[in-house]
Ligand binder design. Structure first.
Ligand SMILES: NC(=O)c1ccc[n+]([C@@H]2O[C@H](COP(=O)([O-])OP(=O)(O)OC[C@H]3O[C@@H](n4cnc5c(N)ncnc54)[C@H](O)[C@@H]3O)[C@@H](O)[C@H]2O)c1
Length: 341
């Protein structure tokens, strides 16, 4: 019998998830096909219908119709403000759910979701796709295997090639909540440490409109772990050479760097060094294409009871708390302790 999956919201990221679900359904050289029956819903009904037709899947006439069908799994890819209500609806209906990050517009709004997830025991997968990215997985493996020795320094970088529309930035919650939240999540996930303090600064030397909507185009946070180890997390909207996501973990016995491959959006200043020879990624869609497919495969496996959630709501909220502290530090210009409660 087919596994019925309902995907709500087919905008920029939802359309990509829909296509990736079809790829999981169809299988590839390494993965057998999976019997999936995929239905799409969006308040823009025409958009859902057009995409369903293009992908050869079904469209529901409404979100209510999709829930009435009682699918085996629901995926939520609507704007952030609608995450919590739809998560609660899926949890109360006992339906395993994937939801794009973040869990909610604020930590306070996420608390009922944490409570419902705990009470119902329904599995929830929050979309921090770096947890399914081969490079991040290898860095975690190397760290946990002790190959780096003890960690003394870390540097995380998220650099967009060009800013998204200012209208999006006005509602994004700021650079740390929009971009660096992924770095905060991967640092916690890889090292198993809590981030206890952040001290952030930012600048605006690009489009003045970004400053006018209350955001910065570039920022750096000094991040302190609960064992006293200190590192940096930086982000920018202006990395013309390409989309650059890197994470360097330096330890007493070894160093690894995620994102240092032939697509690296930079060059060596050393004479005679030709690395990198490839074309830089321009968007997060390209950079994490493999991870996004793996994310959909992981969700299907979670629905089938074959694996646990790669990223729980509690994991995601913990990263959001760090992002909130970084944003506060950016505004106040002083170090801010992270609320670990
Ligand atoms: N993990 C990542 O790398 C990543 C990247 C980009 C965006 N996101 C997250 O994905 C989410 C969506 O972002 P986007 O850029 O795709 O947004 P978008 O605006 O392009 O798409 C949202 C879609 O949801 C639909 N929609 C809105 N409310 C709805 C409702 N109540 N019921 C049904 N449909 C509804 C809209 O019509 C639209 O088609 C955001 O929360 C964002 O934080 C995550």
């Amino acid at each position: 019998m087919s596994t019925v999956l309902g995907l709500i919201g087919v905008g920029r990221i939802g359309a990509m998830h829909a296509a990736n679900l079809v790829a999981v359904r169809d299988g590839d050289d390494e993965h057998p096909p999976v019997d999936l029956d995929i239905a799409l819903a969006d308040v823009a009904v025409d958009r859902a219908q057009a995409l369903a037709e293009a992908l050869g899947v079904r469209a529901a006439d409404s979100v209510d119709e999709l829930f009435d069908e009682r699918p085996d799994g629901v995926l939520i890819a609507v704007g952030t403000a609608q995450h919590a209500p739809l998560l609660l609806r899926a949890l109360e209906a006992g339906i395993p759910v994937f939801c794009e990050k973040p869990v909610a517009s604020s930590v306070a709004e996420a608390l009922p979701v944490l409570e419902a997830a705990e009470r119902t025991g329904v599995p929830v997968h929050i979309g921090h796709q770096r947890r399914l990215d081969p490079g991040h997985l290898e860095a975690r493996r190397a760290f946990l295997a002790g190959e780096l020795g003890w960690l003394h320094t870390f540097r995380a970088i998220t650099a967009d090639q060009a800013p998204p529309p200012v209208a999006f930035l006005a509602t994004s919650g700021g650079l740390f909540r929009d971009c660096s939240v992924h770095d905060f999540d991967t640092l916690r996930w890889i090292t198993g440490r809590e981030i206890v303090e952040v001290d952030a600064r930012g600048s605006n030397n690009g489009d003045p409109e970004i400053g006018r909507v209350g955001d910065v185009d570039t920022a750096v946070a000094l991040v302190t772990f609960d064992d006293g180890v200190v590192g940096t997390v930086s982000a920018t909207r202006y990395n013309g050479a390409g989309h650059d996501v890197r994470l360097e973990l330096q330890g007493s016995a070894g160093t690894v760097q995620v994102g240092l491959d032939e697509h690296y959006a930079g060059r060596s200043a050393e004479p005679g060094v030709t690395f990198p020879t490839g074309t830089p990624w321009l968007t997060f869609h390209e950079r994490f294409a493999e991870a996004y497919v793996a994310e959909m495969r992981a969700f299907v496996e979670m629905v089938h009871g074959e694996r646990e959630s790669p990223c729980t709501p509690a994991d995601s909220v913990a990263a959001s708390k760090v992002a909130d502290a970084a944003q506060e530090s950016l505004i106040t210009g002083t170090p801010v302790r992270v609320d670990l409660a």
